[in-house]
Design a protein around this ligand. Sequence first.
Ligand code: SF4
Length: 109
Amino acid sequence: MAPDARDTFGPKRKNPLATPPVRTHKSAQQKRLMADLANRYAQNVLGKFYVDNQCIDCDLCRETAPNNYTRWDDGGYSYVYKQPSSPEEEAACKEAMEGCPVEAIGNNG
Ligand code: SF4
């Protein structure tokens, strides 16, 4: 009789060939990380891009899209001081949003 995977890898070792579980729903932590319009900072100018209160002041968005994001020094966080007005700025804002490590940047446009 041929050994099955449990025999090959032992009862406590994981089968490295096993298919990883498929996740169909985001975990609670992932859900919390998404930017929330209800928590946007008041300093954001009106428009589709905004920063919410999860910002950890890492500077990535200000480096990526300096024409659109700046720092609120009193609070120690970033906000959108100008909405994008060109395809280049739009792309930079989107790149900043996608790169934000805590998903504090939202786009409700
Ligand atoms: S990239 Fe995200 S966490 Fe970093 S400063 Fe910008 S909004 Fe804040």
